[in-house]
Ligand binder design. Structure first.
Ligand code: FES
Length: 69
């Protein structure tokens, strides 16, 4: 078993940063390619043209970045 941990960091006004050993799959379980060993960023605003990844559009759109609990 792999003891390495992954971390998801919620940026205050942008995407989720995912780093560490993990795999990303779609809703049918098919893998979505990420750069091995590199962090990737998942869109949190809903405006990316490259979902599920952030493409920086959140910087040009108005959206509510506030977290709910
Ligand atoms: S969070 Fe960056 S484009 Fe959506």
């Amino acid at each position: 078993m792999n003891d390495e941990k992954f971390t998801i960091t919620i940026s205050k006004t942008g995407p989720y940063k995912v780093e560490g050993p993990t795999k990303l799959v779609d809703d049918s379980g098919q893998p979505i390619e990420t750069r091995e060993g590199k962090p990737f960023f998942l869109c949190r605003c809903g405006h990316s043209s490259n979902k599920p990844f952030c493409d920086g559009t959140h910087n040009r759109q108005e959206w509510d970045a506030e977290l709910t609990s």
